[in-house]
Design a protein around this ligand. Structure first.
Ligand code: NAP
Length: 310
């Protein structure tokens, strides 16, 4: 079954998108609501709360047309080595205030932390859930072993990780674990943070593993060729086709588009209602297999973050 589409609100915080205009962020939320998107993903760190604020304010503004109980707001807590687990409840309440709501639907831990025991944090999140401050708990970017171990002890119902034509690593372990344990898999960066979209220049994206010189020199011409092929055999743009392909992959429940203005989102939502033609799907399967051969096997994520297991 095809995954549903959610709106990722990272760009609203402007950390990696300094040219993002608030007016565009606001219009993107409206466009999402009016096109039937009900899932919004943000994080405490996106613009130090700015993204939570813009998203929450706009969802609240339109609550008469789109009632809050029909909307899912997911946010993510950034835990650091210095986080006292007892501060988690305060962090959750801070997000709730910024989101202009009385509860968070899905509260995820954004990243694992080397040598830090997440269990006390998850205990606090359990308590927040029982109190009604959050509805569900999720993990993001955790390695497969940690996901399995923590999900066996705590009620984890969501996992958020990257998935795109350039990054299919979750197929190996994460998605099978999610299926096994009844955890929903939410795919982020379906266009590899924009590399598979319109712009061919990767300026400002040096945080991505794909842009390391020894990888990019092979990957860049492959992506250019892929974009030409899509234009030749399909009416979809490369961005539309690449995102639709992610939505059709087995084991993926939700795909977060990072469309950051109305035009981009309208294109994505239009494509999301179609099905990928078979020859294009087969071409993408092979293209993604070739891309994965370029990537180091021991990388856990597309940002090349590393941590030591606790
Ligand atoms: N849990 C985590 O650690 C984590 C990490 C990353 C993301 N996320 C979540 O996932 C969401 C999506 O991630 P992402 O922003 O990397 O998604 P993405 O969709 O892979 O990349 C977004 C970029 O794609 C380009 N784009 C979007 N729609 C397009 C269209 N119709 N045509 C051409 N290009 C298009 C835009 O590039 P331009 O900027 O060039 O316009 C946009 O900035 C984020 O907003 C966030 O909520 C979570």
């Amino acid at each position: 079954m095809k995954a549903s589409l959610g709106l990722g609100c990272w760009a609203f915080g402007k950390d990696f998108h300094p040219d993002q205009r608030d007016a565009d962020s606001v219009r993107t939320v409206h466009c999402a609501l009016s096109r039937g998107i009900t899932h919004f993903d943000t994080a405490q760190t996106y613009g130090r709360g700015t993204s939570e604020q813009i998203t929450g304010q706009q969802v609240r503004r339109f609550r008469n047309r789109f009632p809050r109980e029909k909307i899912t707001i997911a946010t993510k807590l950034m835990i650091t080595r210095h986080t006292d687990p007892l501060s988690v409840r305060r962090l959750v309440k801070k997000s709730i205030r910024r989101l202009c709501t009385s509860y968070i639907d899905i509260c995820c831990i954004h990243w694992p932390v080397s040598g830090y025991d997440m269990r006390p944090v998850l205990r606090e999140l359990d308590a927040c859930r029982k109190e009604g401050l959050i509805r569900e708990t999720g993990l993001s970017n955790f390695p497969a072993d940690d996901l399995r171990a923590l999900a066996n002890q705590y009620e984890i119902s969501w996992y958020q990780g990257p998935y795109s034509l350039l990054w299919r690593k979750p197929d190996e372990q994460l998605i099978p674990i999610c299926r096994d344990l009844g955890i929903r898999f939410c795919a982020y960066s379906p266009l590899a943070n924009g590399l598979l979209g319109g712009a061919s220049a990767p300026e400002g994206k040096t945080h991505l593993l794909f842009l390391q010189d020894h990888i990019w020199k092979h990957l860049s011409p492959m992506i250019q060729e892929m974009k030409q092929t899509v234009s030749q055999i399909s009416r979809l743009t490369p961005a539309q086709a690449a995102l639709l392909w992610v939505m059709q992959q087995p084991g993926i429940d939700l795909v977060l588009t990072g469309a950051r203005n109305r035009t981009q989102l309208e294109q994505i939502t239009a494509a999301a209602q179609t099905d990928l033609q078979e020859d294009l799907a087969a071409y993408f399967d092979e293209f993604s297999r070739q891309c994965s051969l370029l990537l180091p096997q021991d990388e856990d994520n597309i940002f090349a973050h590393r941590w030591n297991r606790s």
